[in-house]
Design a protein around this ligand. Structure first.
Ligand SMILES: [Zn+2]
Length: 502
């Protein structure tokens, strides 16, 4: 199930993450990170900008500054080594579909030199964008505080009405929209990068339309969450962090439930798999039965990702009555049927192994802790600089940028924890995917390895991310790790029992 939007790279934190263009390492298999869901709450508050991963990127700007210098030095070194092929010329040589049907078995991820250089150049450019965006996001919040924009908006809201609800509807959209508009520069820059490397094929007109639509959705959800936040802050100045956590869960679950049926169709077209790819559907049903599952055919869809992007992906989304499996049309076009079955098996693993509720629970626990820290920190900041910034106290609407700042910083610091949880579930989904297609497709190990190689090249996955990059940016195992695992995982030949699918 894929979920959602996470911050760096393939991290998906937030409701629309799986609709984003393929990212850096963005796995073939769409990501699951439910953490997303919850973080999206803060993300929404943080920056009402759901465009691609920029929003999530911005969630981490503060501590990023601390890491900025050392990281830049590292990247600088990497870039000089990796910047061999220019993006434009390299784009023409990107791996053709099916070019991987070579005879030598894949053991490790080893793209050809030109592909390697191109993926490396893109990854490094992306890292630099990320750091710049982070810095810029920090700057925007700092300017908001320094120029006392939030107090100005609050004064306006209070002049309009003495009713809190009216003030909310004036203040929150004004502040969130200001942040979004100030942030559009980096959104444009990110889209330019995706277009330069051929990862996005969306023209600027449609891109702007999506951007506006995203802002509108974010304003609605953001205003709702801001309303809840200040209601609990006023009612319980000492326990609001706990009540906000409780109150935001049903809201976020509602968004998550509605996403596949209300939100996603605003951006893409979904067709039932059985009408578009009946043969593939019947193959998938074999995999479903092998896993002892029941996934009705009307819960499987094809998404026209190719209208906007070139990467390969699939995901599971929604829950209860809205739960479904979605395969990108790019995947069907570029991957073989056995490879697509592996992708599907991975997604099914998330479904069967209950990764969604497990990840939600773990992430929610982490979030509760973060909110508590946020409570302590925001009080400290207001005590120190509140007067200077024109903020009366935490109950003042004008304190919103401070809360955004604090949540952003903490969410960033918790990234390695969220990523580690997610990487674990993604790894287990890879294992499940291999096990569930065993006996249905010949040589599942090589099928999966070919798929990861192909999608890694198509998605310009970093061919050798270092530990720093992995810890902060990867909510899936890295591409070399995934290829190595799927190429070598073979309990059957050793006479051992597979872990999930007997
Ligand atoms: Zn996954």
């Amino acid at each position: 199930m894929h979920i959602a939007l996470r911050m760096f790279y393939g991290s998906e934190f937030g409701p629309f993450a799986h609709l984003r263009p393929a990212k850096l390492h963005m796995p073939n298999v769409h990501h699951f990170s439910l953490s997303s869901l919850f973080m999206c709450g803060s993300a929404i508050i943080v920056f009402p900008n759901h465009q691609e991963q920029t929003m999530t990127d911005r969630m981490r700007f503060l501590p990023l500054l601390l890491l900025f210098a050392s990281a830049m030095a590292t990247l600088q070194a990497q870039t000089s080594a990796g910047n061999v092929t220019s993006p434009t010329t390299a784009a023409a040589t990107s791996a053709p579909a099916g070019a991987d049907s070579t005879s030598a078995p894949i053991v490790e991820y080893a793209p050809p030199p030109a592909e390697y250089a191109r993926a490396k150049a893109y990854s490094n450019a992306h890292y630099r964008h990320f750091f710049f965006d982070a810095f810029y996001g920090f700057l925007v919040l700092f300017v908001l505080l320094r120029w006392r924009l939030a107090p100005a908006f609050r004064n306006l809201a209070e002049r309009v009405s003495t009713r809190r609800l009216v003030q909310l509807v004036v203040f929150a959209p004004l502040l969130l929209l200001t942040i979004a508009i100030l942030g559009i520069a980096t959104d444009i820059k990110d889209q330019s990068l995706l277009r330069a490397y051929g990862l996005s094929v969306q023209d600027w007109g449609p891109w702007l339309r999506d951007w506006i639509l995203n802002q509108a959705l974010m304003l609605i959800v953001g205003t709702l969450l801001v309303g809840i936040l200040y209601a609990v802050v006023r009612r319980s100045p000492k326990r609001w962090w706990f009540y906000f956590w409780i109150a935001s869960i049903p809201v976020l679950l509602a968004i998550f439930f509605l996403q596949p049926i209300v939100i996603d169709p605003l951006f893409y077209t979904f067709k039932p798999l059985q009408t578009v790819q009946p043969v593939l559907l019947s193959e998938m049903q074999k995999v479903v039965h092998r896993g002892g599952m029941e996934i009705p055919a009307d819960r499987m869809f094809v998404m026209n990702a190719s209208s906007k992007q070139t990467g390969l992906n699939a995901y599971v989304t929604g829950f209860g009555a809205s739960k479904r499996v979605v395969v990108w049309d790019n995947t069907i076009a570029k991957a073989t049927v056995p490879e697509t079955l592996f992708v599907f098996g991975h997604e099914m693993g998330h479904y069967v192994l209950l990764h969604l509720p497990k990840e939600i629970s773990i992430d929610a626990a982490i979030l509760l802790f973060l909110l508590y820290l946020g409570y302590r920190l925001s009080n400290g900041m207001l005590a120190r600089w509140g007067a200077k910034w024109g903020i009366r106290d935490l109950q003042d609407w004008a304190s919103l940028p401070v809360l955004i700042f604090v949540i952003t910083a903490l969410a960033f610091l918790a990234t390695p924890a969220f990523n580690a949880v997610s990487r674990h579930f993604e790894h287990e989904a890879d294992r499940y995917g291999l096990e569930v297609i065993h006996g249905i497709v010949p040589d599942p190990n090589q099928v999966a390895a070919h798929y990861f190689e192909k999608s890694g090249e198509t998605n310009l996955s970093d061919p050798d991310p270092n530990t720093f990059i992995k810890v902060w940016f990867y909510d899936h195992p890295t591409r070399p790790e995934r290829v190595h695992f799927v190429a070598t995982y073979d309990p059957w030949s050793k006479g051992k029992a597979p872990k999930y699918v007997k």
